[in-house]
Write a protein that binds this ligand. Structure first.
Ligand SMILES: [Cu+2]
Length: 131
């Protein structure tokens, strides 16, 4: 019976990937969680989406490196509206209000692309590196 419980709990853990369940299993069975579960949770996550975040009139990261044609998400955390606009016009977003986001497609050609925020072009600058 204990074995059945352990197996079903392992199933739950594999599905949820929750670390809290690990201590639950220890409580219920008096044994450390099976190592197979640890391996399962070590599965590499899918690669995070390329993202530029805007906060306090700054692009973060200031320099972002992406692959040609990669989709880049832009999120604005300021109450002031900002956008992302490549100096050579190869990419551009609309003006984003607070907590709004947009995506653009990185150029297919490798290179270094300077971009600005249109309303704050004097101070808000960033670099997109495509390689
Ligand atoms: Cu701006």
């Amino acid at each position: 019976m204990k074995k059945v419980l352990l197996l079903s709990l392992t199933g739950v853990i594999l599905l949820s990937g929750c670390t809290k369940t690990k201590s639950l299993i220890r409580k219920l069975t008096g044994q450390p969680a099976p190592t197979a579960m640890v391996q399962a949770s070590a599965t590499p996550a899918p690669q995070a989406q390329a993202m530029i975040e805007i906060s306090n009139y700054k692009f973060s990261p200031a320099t972002l490196t992406v692959r040609p044609g990669e989709t880049v998400k832009v999120v604005n955390h300021d109450t002031v509206r900002h956008d992302v606009h490549a100096k050579d016009n190869s990419f551009k977003t609309v003006l984003l209000g607070k907590d709004e986001s947009a995506t653009f497609t990185a150029p297919m050609k490798a290179g270094t692309y300077d971009y600005i925020c249109d309303p704050h072009s004097a101070t808000m600058k960033g670099v997109l590196v495509v390689k």
